[in-house]
Design a protein around this ligand. Sequence first.
Ligand code: HEC
Length: 126
Amino acid sequence: MNKALLIILSIFAVAIQSCYYDNAEELYPAITDGCDTTNVTYSNNIQNIISSRCYGCHSNTSYSDYGGGVALEGYDNIKISADNGGLIGTITHNPDYTAMPKGSSKMDDCKINQIKTWVAQGAKNN
Ligand code: HEC
């Protein structure tokens, strides 16, 4: 095999590899779709997740009837569950906690990872 052919083949190999990485988002939409864990804030990410998946039982009007007395609406309320471990324990289905969202499927990894990131960064009101 001559040198020129080898070089052409290596360029092909690199090109194929970079195509693979470029397309990872399309190949695995569940991981990347709306899943920026580098820049997670309460107001941009966490509030939306909790309101869509948890307010049915844990809003300020529903929590006493449906949420076992645990309110998650508003920063001050969710901060309590973030700090006492209940938020992460429930959404990751840790056996020490009741699995949440109750009666529904586990949230996708993206949402769980965003919440984990937010809590790990101090569950700030950001
Ligand atoms: C269908 C109603 C319902 C939904 C939806 C729901 N919960 Fe709950 N949640 C409950 C009930 C009821 C309890 C009381 C504990 C129990 O039933 O075991 C509870 C308890 C909790 C607790 C306290 C549990 C503990 O052991 O400390 C946390 C934290 C919690 N939920 C978080 C969430 C989060 C986060 C979501 C959304 C991802 C969610 N819940 C969605 C009904 C719900």
